[in-house]
Design a protein around this ligand. Structure first.
Ligand code: HEM
Ligand SMILES: [Cu+2]
Length: 647
């Protein structure tokens, strides 16, 4: 612990209230009390009942990576089939399930949750508090997410995998063409993951607004935290659109409503509008936190604060807003009025401006600094390169005539993988290398890390760059095979072989993690010499995060006063307590009790999950399921113990 119980900046008023306070306690007793109050019981029960944001965050990350592996294996299977023309290795029906499961899993079960996972782990540490604002909701959201993801993969194992694309267009996914229960599982999985995303969003907004360390005014919030705050608002407005549409879909299928049936007065395009009103912001829900990673990693390795803090914050907010005005660029081929198309072309191109501002700020940061090419920085540079290519093809497909030309070809597949992998996966891998020491207490191997980078970087570009060309030559996407005469065979073989290089890159990552968990060099508190609060505590952090809550006097707290981070005293140590402050200036306002471990979030999630699952087979499940769900929620919220005092 570097210099934590330093200067006592401020002491919360004491008025003879209950409980033992941290004021004047010696270090050992302080830690013993806190460890007891924030304890997670050992064994299975503790594992299931914990509300520690770090345990939940880690679990979230591991689960998301397991889904990444599943989605990656489906991609590999597709590439195996596409390696040669007219190959009969995989049936068309199975291929449909493969690309749908791949896209669905990548988008709903990997990319968004993994960003949330990092958020849940990092935000309380970065803003200097002991837990998120609603710890039990946090646990609940994780359980909901796993059950939804597991359910759709079990369905896939029973040949009931979703097969209408990750966007499940009607009428293909509707009652007339959707096969068996396949689209129903898809729709329910969407509802689950969005419930979980909404829960995390609400929780992050409340946490960042109310629980920041004293003195962390709006202009001292770390950029990563700004990025996830903006993301949380985007989630709040985007996710309900897809929840509504997937519910309408399942009602059409199971109850016989006609929302999407033109013959009965419904509207098939309504699906696309609702879906893409969510689907485009979805890309930014993945991309914005990734830019937050970049803004966290860059300054550490170039040894200077980010250039243009305010510019980046404003760009993040602008991107958040603009991301809602673009959805129609996914629908240029549906024959909408021309004026509308022009508007959406213009707005799509406009979003390049704030994205560009951020990129210029980063480049200026590198310019003015002394870069150290550690693995996290190398991934960030890979990100800038790849994302710029994806951005350029993005501007291309945002123009209607070109989009009509390359629509539903491999050009689009190339474009969005450049944006998604370049924009999210590269920064994410950088983030893994960056924060692994904090989470596990051990460093990842730098040597393996560089190998890891080059395999992923080259593998990625060799896999996806040629797809641009195939697309321009007219190779359609979502096809399980293509004719010999097309002449696309050798390019496809090349792509499939390159995808093996990419997979080897990911294998190196997992290998590195496994080896380092056991034998990695011990990390210490702040191995990279970074500036933000999560590095002020031990690696891994104790259950209570900080022995004394830190006080922030500077945007780069650990650079401004590396040895004497001031702290605030007066919180209870014999019960879970966090400090709430004002929204703008983080002036301490009140001491808040923080929820204890509980098994009820899990049991409630089981009740909700069981109800949703059964509703695929009978609508009455909604009625009967209300009973266990109510019991779960009542027990979850049942008040217990003495009322906490408050100031
Ligand atoms: C890691 C290596 C990856 C490989 C080799 C790969 C490969 C593929 C292939 C072959 C397709 C089918 C293209 C088509 O027929 O339309 C596809 C589609 C797709 N991929 Fe990936 N992909 C990878 C990573 C990712 C990642 C990281 C994401 C998202 C974060 C992603 C999202 C998607 C989506 C949304 C689709 C569209 C699925 C659909 O049309 O329903 N992919 N990918
Ligand atoms: Cu879009």
């Amino acid at each position: 612990m570097s210099g934590m119980p330093g200067k006592k900046a401020k002491r919360i008023e004491e008025r003879g209230l209950k409980g033992i306070r941290d004021t004047g306690l010696d270090e050992a007793r302080l830690r013993a009390f806190l460890a007891h109050a924030w304890h997670t019981p050992k064994g299975l029960y503790g594992w299931l009942a914990t509300v520690d944001h770090k345990l939940i965050g880690k679990r979230y990350v591991v689960t998301a990576f397991l889904f990444l592996i599943l989605a990656g294996l489906s991609a590999l299977a597709m590439r195996f089939q596409l390696a040669a023309p007219e190959a009969g290795r995989i049936s068309p029906d199975f291929y449909n399930q493969l690309f749908t499961m791949h896209g669905t899993t990548m988008m709903f079960l990997f990319a968004v949750p993994v960003m949330e996972a990092f958020t849940v782990y990092l935000v309380p540490l970065m803003i200097g508090t002991r837990n998120v604002a609603f710890p039990r909701l946090n646990a609940f959201s994780y359980w909901i997410y796993v059950s939804g993801g597991t359910m759709i993969w079990i369905a896939f194992a029973f040949n009931t995998g979703a097969d209408a694309g990750w966007f499940s267009y009607v009428p293909l996914a509707g009652p007339d063409y959707g096969i068996g229960k396949r689209p129903d599982f898809w729709a329910q999985m969407v509802t689950y993951t969005e419930v979980s995303a909404l829960a995390v969003a609400v929780e992050i907004i409340a946490t960042v607004f109310k629980l920041r360390a004293p003195g962390m005014t709006l202009d001292r919030i770390p950029l990563y935290v700004w990025s996830v705050l903006v993301t949380a608002f985007v989630i709040l407005f985007a996710m309900p659109a897809v929840m509504v549409s997937s519910t309408m879909l399942i009602l059409d299928r199971l109850v016989g409503t006609k929302f999407f049936d033109p013959a009965a007065g419904g509207d098939a395009l309504l699906w696309q509008h609702l879906f893409w009103f969510f689907g485009h912001p979805e890309v930014y829900i993945i991309f914005i936190p990734a830019t937050g990673f970049v803004s966290a990693i860059l300054p550490t390795f170039v040894r200077r604060p980010v250039f243009g803090y305010l510019g980046i914050v404003l760009s993040l907010i602008a991107i958040g807003f603009l991301s809602f005005g673009l959805w129609v660029h996914h629908m240029f081929a549906t024959g909408l009025p021309q004026l509308g198309e022009s508007f959406f072309t213009a707005s799509s191109m406009m979003i390049a401006i704030p994205s560009g501002i951020q990129i210029f700020c980063w480049i200026a940061t590198i310019w003015g600094g002394r870069p150290i090419f550690a693995t996290p920085l190398v991934f960030v540079l890979g990100f800038i390169f790849t994302f710029v290519i994806g951005g350029m093809t993005g501007v291309m497909v945002a123009s209607v005539p070109l989009d009509l030309q390359v629509h539903d070809t491999y050009f689009v597949v190339a474009h969005f993988h450049y944006v998604l992998v370049g924009g999210a996966v590269f920064p994410l891998l950088g983030a893994v290398y960056y924060w692994f020491p904090k989470v596990t207490g051990r460093m990842l191997s730098e040597r393996l890390g560089h190998w890891n980078f080059w395999f992923v970087f080259l593998g990625f570009n060799l896999t996806f760059f040629p797809m641009h060309i195939l697309g321009l030559q007219g190779m359609p996407r979502r096809i399980y095979t293509y004719p010999l005469e097309s002449g696309w065979g050798s390019a496809n073989l090349f792509i499939s072989l390159s995808s093996l290089v990419l997979f080897a890159g990911f294998a190196l990552l997992f290998l590195n993690m496994l080896l380092s968990l056991r034998n990695g060099r011990p990390a210490g508190d702040n191995p990279w010499g970074a500036s933000t609060l999560e590095w002020a505590t031990t690696s891994p952090p104790p259950s209570y995060n900080f022995p004394h809550l830190p006080v922030v006097t500077h945007r780069e707290p650990l650079w401004a006063r590396p040895d004497t981070l001031p702290v605030i005293e007066g919180l209870r140590v014999d019960a879970r307590e966090v400090l709430g402050g004002t929204v703008a200036d983080a002036v301490p306002q009140l001491r808040l009790p923080s929820a204890d471990n509980s098994i009820w979030p899990l049991l409630s999630a089981i009740a909700v999950g069981g109800t949703f699952f059964a509703s695929i087979y009978t609508p009455w499940a909604v009625v009967w399921g209300a009973i266990p769900i109510s019991i779960g929620f009542i027990c979850w919220f049942w008040p217990k113990g003495e009322p906490e005092d408050e100031e």
